[in-house]
Write a protein that binds this ligand. Structure first.
Ligand code: SF4
Length: 367
């Protein structure tokens, strides 16, 4: 089990984990813990890296005719890194080469489109004024006596003042209880935290921030200075509470907050003892399930898919037997104990069946 240490500093992503669950923040800070990254996540990482490099001006001096070659070269570089990491991972290698990953072609087309818009924006800006030509400079911040750190993707000066850009490769909106579209709270907070760090480091308040998704229009957020200061105070207070618990050598369970809200988006479920010890309300989890099980039987169909019989022993489904349909198995074998994270559930003929999706992780447990 990992050794939990007090934080010397926190970043916006650690802050959003601390809000949900101290143990999640500890996992996130521990670089020895590898999280499984299915192809959709790896594609997102490659897209984000490409946009960052373009924003930093890597293609700024090239002609429009040269952009496509430049984008292809950056894409090849970034996707090759992701593919190489996937192919050496026990949990991921069965997905194979990048070009066969689900939605590879469409994600690549989308990020190229976004990058071309960014390039024409950079070009127009630099033609208009030299002052704006530094669009694309990322900023690393060490603020509040070194306790808050972070990196804004892009910081630039407009006629109104300093503005921030944060690229997002996933959906930037949530739906509230009334079905209304609302920008994700953690993204809104991240922009405010970058604004607070910018102010602490330079004495200048950014006026607004923009979340730029891969698809769809950017979303602009006006910076609220009062709210920003409250956010910083609350983040530093959480850090203090976390450090106090860790210094008292509190057991791991004392850091954990197993609940639907906290665990739903947590990437560390497979490693978290509190998650598997918890008795979950299966109805809260909708059509996704996370389970620990023993493989009882495994058959290949004529179409080359698999039907797996499982004895579920822990997780978000009640204990009992379930049938899992899979188009890939990883290293699943009869008699093995596994943790399956992000399995789809479906009602069929009054019983619940399970399906492996592009996001499903298969973690074999030690024999
Ligand atoms: S799975 Fe839940 S309890 Fe465990 S670290 Fe993640 S959020 Fe915390």
């Amino acid at each position: 089990m990992m050794e939990v240490r007090p934080f010397s500093h926190i970043t916006p992503s650690i802050i959003s984990a601390l809000e949900k669950c101290f143990l999640q923040a500890a996992f996130r800070a521990d670089r020895t813990i590898k999280t499984f990254q299915p192809p959709p996540v790896r594609l997102g990482t490659a897209c984000h890296a490409l946009l960052e490099r373009v924003a930093k001006g890597e293609l700024a001096n090239q002609s429009e005719e040269e952009w496509l070659n430049g984008l292809e070269a950056i894409w090849k570089d970034e996707i090759t890194k992701q593919e190489a990491a996937l192919l050496v991972s026990e949990q991921e290698k069965h997905f194979g080469r990048a070009e066969s990953w689900p939605k590879y072609a469409i994600q690549k087309a989308r990020v190229f489109l976004k990058a071309k818009k960014l390039l024409s924006y950079q070009r127009n800006r630099s033609l208009q004024t030299q002052r704006d030509a530094h669009l694309g400079v990322e900023h690393f911040y060490t603020a509040f006596e070194g306790r808050l750190r972070g990196r804004a993707d892009v910081v630039y000066e407009s006629e109104q003042g300093v503005e921030l850009i944060d690229y997002k490769t996933g959906n930037i909106f949530d739906e509230d209880e009334d079905g209304e579209r609302k920008v994700k709270e953690r993204y809104r907070q991240q922009l405010h935290l970058y604004a607070a760090m910018h102010h602490d480091c330079t004495g200048v308040w950014p006026v607004r921030g923009h979340l730029v998704p891969l698809t769809g229009a950017p979303f602009t957020i006006e910076i609220d200075q009062v709210e920003t200061q409250q956010l910083v105070q609350s983040a530093l207070e959480r850090m203090r509470q976390f450090n106090a618990l860790v210094s008292q050598k509190a057991p791991i369970d004392a850091l954990a907050n197993p609940s639907f809200d906290a665990c739903q988006t947590c990437n560390y479920k497979a490693y978290c003892p509190a998650f598997w010890a918890c008795s979950h309300d299966s109805s809260a989890w909708g059509t996704s399930a996370h389970l620990e099980a023993i493989v009882l039987d495994l058959k290949e169909t004529r179409q080359g898919d698999y039907v797996v019989s499982l004895q579920v022993t822990a997780g978000t489904l009640p204990d009992g037997r379930f049938i899992l349909y899979a188009d890939r198995l990883g290293d699943l074998a009869v008699g093995r104990r596994v943790r399956l994270v992000n399995v789809r559930t479906q009602e069929e003929n009054a019983s619940l069946i399970l399906k492996i999706s592009d996001y499903t992780t298969i973690y074999l447990q030690p024999e």
